[in-house]
Design a protein around this ligand. Structure first.
Ligand code: DON
Length: 313
């Protein structure tokens, strides 16, 4: 169970995060993902909420330093690295930027080109991770780990057990990758490309890391804690645009209506949110609804958006 509410007088942001977390702590809908066997071993009661402002200040409530695998929340950041390596036009030649209206593991590709619909669904993310610069899978994986670490502002590591579990059981992603290889939208050795993608999903982060990573996007590509520029402002802008339209998969429209901020979810129970020019939020709570998004995570983002009047529209 998460830390109990702590006494932090005079800090209204932490008080608000505590309030939201305590209000939702007993919400017990959903189940942790188990299609990657290692993910099913998590404590479903873990619940953390972090917010990183653009002055680098991090606010935290609950289990915000517990590590978990980043899963699909890696996708916007790897898309950013592919943009940095190739530019928007070249990346768009290989992966679209349209919401699919379908599940994260949908096998639908564009009819003529075989392009995956966008970089947030698995098919698109397998392509963007294959586009990251590097000579061979080890170098590409190293650049991805280094890039994610720069977004987080600290050196991150891979959870080798989750990586092995996903690699051993990832037949749907394997099928997708072979389809795309056949269609010409994924080039190179399919098993090597998949290993790079599975490793990227298995990088360990905390809720606080997610808040800093999303604050880096919200701040136009500069990490507010380290002060380092991680990606160019226009690439951060492209990433936020695609998160806004495709980040929550087939729940993206509903999300924009209710929360109104660019976001990305992952099957470990993570959600990252970026409010451009303002802050990043990280939420972690493993039980998921049927679309693969964290139940408490969605509810927490609704409450935070409502209470602060954060909806962009
Ligand atoms: O590709 C997969 O199945 C996982 N590594 C990531 C999927 C994921 O996080 C989908 N998000 N809700």
């Amino acid at each position: 169970m998460g830390n109990e509410q702590q006494d932090r007088p005079g800090d209204p942001l932490t008080a608000l995060l505590d309030q939201v977390r305590l209000r939702l702590r007993d919400l017990d809908d959903g189940e942790p993902a188990s299609y990657i066997p290692e993910l099913g071993r998590v404590d479903p009661d873990l619940f953390g909420l972090s917010l990183c402002a653009l002055d680098g200040q991090v606010y935290a409530s609950g289990d915000t330093t517990t590590p978990f695998t980043v899963q699909s929340v890696s996708k916007p950041f790897v898309f950013a690295l592919a943009l940095a390596d190739h530019g928007l036009e070249n990346v768009l030649a290989r992966v679209g930027a349209e919401p699919s209206g379908e599940a994260f593991n949908s096998i639908r590709l564009e009819p003529v080109t075989g392009r995956p619909p966008n970089p947030m669904v698995n098919a698109g993310a397998i392509v963007t991770s294959s586009l990251v610069a590097g000579d061979g899978p080890d170098e590409r994986s190293a650049r991805i780990l280094e890039g994610l670490s720069a977004f987080a502002g600290r050196p991150l590591k891979v959870d080798e057990a989750v990586f092995a579990s996903e690699r051993a059981t990832g037949d749907r992603n394997r099928a997708l990758a072979y389809l795309m290889h056949n269609a010409g939208s994924l080039t190179g050795d399919v098993e090597e490309q998949l290993a790079v993608y599975f490793r990227q999903c298995s990088v360990l982060v905390t809720c606080e890391d997610l808040a800093v990573m999303h604050a880096t996007l919200a701040g136009g590509g500069v990490n507010p804690v380290t002060g380092d520029r991680v990606v160019a402002p226009r690439h951060a802008q492209h990433v936020l645009a695609v998160m806004a339209t495709c980040g929550m998969y087939d729940a993206s429209g509903q999300w924009m209506l209710q929360v109104g901020m660019p976001a990305k979810s992952g099957v470990s129970g993570a959600i990252g949110v970026a409010l451009p020019g303002q802050f990043g939020i990280g939420v972690f709570s493993p039980p998921l609804e049927e679309k693969g998004n964290s139940v408490r995570g969605i509810a927490a983002c609704h409450l935070i958006s409502d209470q602060f009047g954060l909806h962009l529209m």
